[in-house]
Design a binder for this molecule. Structure first.
Ligand code: AHR
Length: 626
């Protein structure tokens, strides 16, 4: 009898255990099984740590934005500051079957391979802190070099004419974010009376920053300012100066998170002298994730968010002062939305394709386009923008001929409350809130890509002499392509620049300049680096007229990768083309529509671009749109 009872009890226990195991399996399954629970998309978010308030804010934004999509779920992981753990977390997320990975890296060097292998199978959004290379779908974050530069200018303002001594508190050594913030800061204070007396790496961590500084400051009476690369370390710096009773030291941070111990609060409590916002980007990451998963066309490669300067100079209500007023957004749009577009000219095949793309995309999007062409005259382009302001269009877009000379007209547009989108080319004005967004390429990166290919193809020990055919003087593509190329090529002694010649992005000018260069240097020229295809095609004709073989006797590299360039590549007259995406129309119309729906635009939307060799051009030629 007792035996039967015990057996019955045992069976009951077994059923109970089985039920528990089954229920748990269901819970686990709920995390990883799609569709049966009414959602289509599972997003994995991998964080390197959650000790920084900035990362907590990032997850909150992600969660909030995901909750707007009933067909989407998200799983978060926290690697507690270990790259090894982060690699394991990513593997686990992929194992759960995530459709898209969002990853914010602490050590990009250690994790680049992990990101690349995930990218082979599913889309990857890199959030906040960047990776090197191109093996990811989209980067969402800030322009760290620009933030560093602004921090440097603020340090100069703060310390005034007498200057002073600075400690730079950096995040993880070797990360691109650290390098860019540091380069920008150093560039800004270069040639001033400010000097960096000590650089420390506190791995983005508050406590490490506090310990390092406490140690160092004990024996160093002369420090005027600490520039901390994030707000956690800025808080650590604040704690150290408090402990040592060194309230005379100014502290500048980065992040501007509005939470307890976030730098917005630290500034308003006067614990920091100022901070630069680095929006976490969680909201934008999910918005773009939706577009990526829905296979929308024209997904950019980089989305750069706007940073603002917050200082401890208090305003009326005791709120920290936002020094820069925001860029204009659209309050109320007409129906249909009216877009005034001032094109720069018709100088190249690229430009003609760009114009077509804008006109067609406007038609498709139902945007009323007022299209005008400035025919390469900056005065005319300014005049056209003024006409758009008078007509009270909803949005103005233009491709600025040059980088400078736009302050006045942009101020007029801002005063009229009209958002301005820079299409294809950027401007260089002291107040970047005079324009609302930039949509186009990263010209400096295009130049770097051209130089990297040349260095990789070069024969060891051989020296090369090159001629550079530059685009329109002082235009953003000419400046960026020149700087990027130079930055890379100057690291190799085997390359010597014979001449940089200023063309206008036209075939005619390219031919003339090349013919003249050949007269001066003859076959001493080994390489031509042309800032666009039209000038390269002109140079090819000049080289043939001179009796040399383009692509063989002289290596030719070009930027744009239009159909004509791909043809020249495929018959061996051109050697390499870096793509500059001309089809900006759809992204421009998307931005205009977003504005009309009251959405805030990112500061910069950088298009995805590739490169073409003679082999890949042959394959791409048939389907090339322009
Ligand atoms: O601004 C983009 C540049 O302008 C293109 O590379 C060039 O061809 C054009 O005219």
């Amino acid at each position: 009898m007792i035996g039967r009872k015990a057996a019955g009890f045992l069976i009951l226990c077994l059923i109970f255990v089985a039920l528990v195991v089954w229920t748990r399996a269901c819970v686990m399954n709920e995390k990883v099984t799609k569709n049966d629970s009414g959602y289509n998309y599972l997003i994995g978010v991998s964080q390197p740590n959650l000790s920084e308030p900035w990362r907590v804010a990032m997850n909150e934004e992600i969660q909030q934005e995901v909750s707007r999509h009933s067909d989407m779920r998200v799983i978060f992981t926290d690697a507690a500051q270990s790259s090894e753990q982060q690699a394991k977390d990513v593997k686990k997320l992929v194992g759960y079957g995530v459709d898209l990975l969002i990853i914010s890296l602490d050590d990009p060097v250690a994790l680049t391979q992990t990101v690349s292998s995930v990218y082979e199978n599913i889309p990857v959004i890199v959030l906040g802190r960047g990776v090197t290379g191109y093996d990811y779908t989209l980067y969402v974050g800030t322009d760290d070099e620009m933030i560093g530069r602004k921090a440097g200018e603020f340090a100069m303002e703060t310390l005034g004419e007498l200057g002073g001594k600075i400690i730079e508190m950096q995040g993880l050594a070797g990360s691109p974010t650290v390098e860019e913030r540091s380069n920008g800061f150093r560039e800004a204070i270069h040639n001033s009376k400010l000097s960096i007396v000590q650089t420390m790496n506190a791995d983005w961590q508050r406590d490490l920053a506090e310990d390092l500084l406490t140690d160092w400051l004990k024996d160093q009476p002369e420090v005027d300012l600490i520039f901390a690369h994030n707000e956690a370390m800025a808080l650590g710096a604040y704690r150290a100066v408090q402990k040592l009773d060194r309230n005379d030291i100014n502290i500048i941070g980065i992040d501007g998170v509005n939470s307890e111990n976030g730098s917005l609060q630290l500034v308003s409590e006067n614990k920091l002298t100022g901070t630069f916002t680095s929006p976490p980007g969680g909201k934008e990451a999910i918005r773009y994730a939706v577009d990526i998963l829905n296979k929308e066309k024209g997904i950019p490669k980089k989305v750069i968010l706007r940073s603002q300067k917050i200082t401890n100079q208090l305003e009326g209500k005791g709120e920290p002062r936002v020094t820069h007023s925001p860029a204009p957004t659209l309050q109320e749009a007409q129906s249909p939305i009216v877009l005034g577009f001032a094109q720069v000219g018709t100088e190249s095949g690229w430009r003609i394709a760009n114009t077509k793309s804008v006109i067609n995309a406007a038609k498709e999007a139902g945007v009323e386009l007022l299209y005008e062409n400035a025919e390469q005259s900056q005065d005319k382009q300014i005049e056209l923008i003024r006409q758009f302001i008078n007509k009270k269009v909803d949005v103005i877009a233009f491709s600025p001929k040059t980088e400078t000379g736009w302050e006045e007209v942009l101020k007029e547009a801002k005063e009229a409350g009209i958002p301005v989108i820079l299409s294809d080319r950027e401007v260089n004005v002291s107040d970047d809130t005079l324009w609302t967004a930039y949509i186009g390429s990263d010209f400096r990166e295009e130049g770097r890509r051209a130089a990297r290919w040349l260095m990789q193809e070069a024969e060891e020990g051989q020296s090369y002499q090159f001629v550079e055919l530059q685009g329109t003087a002082h235009s953003a593509p000419a400046v960026g392509r020149m700087q990027g190329f130079k930055e890379v090529i100057q690291t190799d002694q085997n390359f010597t620049l014979l001449e940089s010649l200023q063309g206008d992005f036209t075939k005619k000018k390219g031919k003339e300049l090349m013919a003249a260069a050949l007269k001066r240097h003859g076959s001493a020229i080994n390489v031509v680096y042309s800032h666009n295809d039209d000038m390269a095609l002109g140079a090819i004709e000049a080289i043939e007229d001179f009796g040399l073989r383009p692509g063989k006797d002289i290596t030719i590299i070009s930027v744009d990768a239009t159909k004509s360039a791909l043809k020249a590549l495929s018959i061996g007259k051109l050697n390499f083309a870096v793509e500059c995406n001309a089809l900006l129309g759809p992204q421009l119309m998307k931005a205009v529509k977003d504005l009309s729906e009251g959405k805030e635009l990112p500061m910069k939307i950088i298009t995805a671009e590739g490169v073409f060799t003679q082999e890949s051009a042959k394959m791409a030629l048939a389907s090339r749109e322009y």
